[in-house]
Design a protein around this ligand. Structure first.
Ligand SMILES: Cc1cc2nc3c(=O)[nH]c(=O)nc-3n(C[C@H](O)[C@H](O)[C@H](O)COP(=O)(O)OP(=O)(O)OC[C@H]3O[C@@H](n4cnc5c(N)ncnc54)[C@H](O)[C@@H]3O)c2cc1C
Length: 313
């Protein structure tokens, strides 16, 4: 019995954790150096900066139990239930669900969930074929836990799973992080930016992390990300100009960095939480529902349960 999960983002790790807890032997293969996927970030001057998801929300009782474990361990903290709304020179407030943040970075939550699961990082899977096979190795089941275009690139176009993935638009984004000498902006803690040519969201990274560092992380529109796909640093100046304009910041940042997410989110959601083919090829991720962290967890978790029911222990 051998199950391989390709992708160590929230969906893949949630799936593997569920399979492992059911007693099934499972391995996760991840091409990046670390787990986390789009919950990833970087470390600048010893301080974590989130460059993917800005925060996460909690509705599902099963996910709430996991989040409570993270909260008790000091890995996650309730952040805010009200975001600012910027645009057209106005500033409003948008009450909403409780948003959660991670003092040491969201990627650490995926790492915690992966504890006890075998994860091989730094290995890119190139082909998933009939059998199923993973780069020629016969397995009992394989889970592709990643954005649709990444999963499609591993499958033969005639494969039944490929038909579930084709034809859906995924939008890119660039995250620009910067630190200023002092905090010059009014308390945010994060802001949706409506109908803006450059920005969709600005988050106060010091507020969400709880250390008060004067660091902002801004997410660009898909158009800006497409224009600077080959050179994400080219998005820094337009983003800084927009921040000056929207938040009245007048000083220059100490440092900036830009990260391009080619498949940040699908243009449209789906109803089903995952795909599980009779041939043992399965699909999960935030493309299976509305694109958020909780959807990715739920997709992987439910697929893990379905696979554990189907496969003999
Ligand atoms: C800029 C941005 C802002 C966001 N903001 C929010 C937010 O505020 N709130 C929220 O809830 N969600 C937000 N999201 C969405 C959230 O990050 C995702 O829903 C979630 O992280 C998706 O997890 P996943 O496991 O489905 O996919 P991913 O995290 O993309 O994981 C897929 C993994 O598969 C790996 N992989 C791909 N191909 C291969 C291969 N061939 N071989 C090996 N490994 C492979 C990748 O390296 C990656 O680690 C945001 C995303 C972005 C990019």
């Amino acid at each position: 019995m051998s199950v391989v999960v390709v992708g160590a983002g929230m969906a893949g790790v949630a799936c593997a954790a569920e399979l492992a807890s059911a007693g099934l032997p499972v391995r996760v293969v991840e091409r990046a150096a670390d787990v986390g996927g789009r919950m990833g970030g970087t470390v600048v001057g010893g301080r974590a900066v989130d460059l993917g998801a800005a925060y996460f929300t909690v509705r599902d009782p099963g996910f709430a139990a996991v989040v409570e474990r993270w909260r008790a361990a000091g890995l996650a903290r309730p952040w805010t239930s009200e975001l600012a709304v910027l645009g057209d020179g106005s500033r409003g407030r948008a009450p909403g669900p409780q948003r959660w943040a991670a003092p040491a970075g969201l990627g650490g939550l995926v790492a915690e969930l992966a504890g006890g699961v075998a994860v091989e990082t730094g290995r890119e899977v190139r082909r998933v074929g009939p059998g199923p096979t993973v780069d020629g190795e016969q397995v009992d089941a394989v889970v592709l836990a990643m954005p649709d275009p990444q999963a499609l690139s591993l499958l033969d176009p005639a494969h039944p799973a490929a038909a579930r993935l084709a034809g859906r638009e995924w939008r890119p984004a660039i995250a620009v992080a910067a630190e200023w000498p002092v905090r010059e902006w009014e308390e945010l803690p994060a802001a949706f930016v409506n109908d803006h040519p450059v920005l969709t969201l600005v988050a106060d990274d010091g507020a969400r992390r709880g250390d008060g560092a004067p660091v902002l992380v801004a997410h660009t529109t898909a158009d800006v990300a497409r224009a600077h796909a080959g050179d994400p640093d080219g998005a820094v100046e337009p983003v800084l100009a927009a921040i000056r304009d929207l938040l009245g910041v007048s000083t220059e940042p100490r440092w900036t960095l830009a990260h391009h997410w080619p498949h940040a989110s699908p243009a449209e959601g789906r109803e089903e939480p995952f795909h599980l083919g009779v041939d043992g090829v399965a699909l999960a991720g935030d493309g299976w529902g509305s694109p958020r962290v909780e959807t990715a967890w739920r997709s992987g978790h439910l697929l893990g349960q379905a696979l554990a029911t189907r496969l003999p222990v």
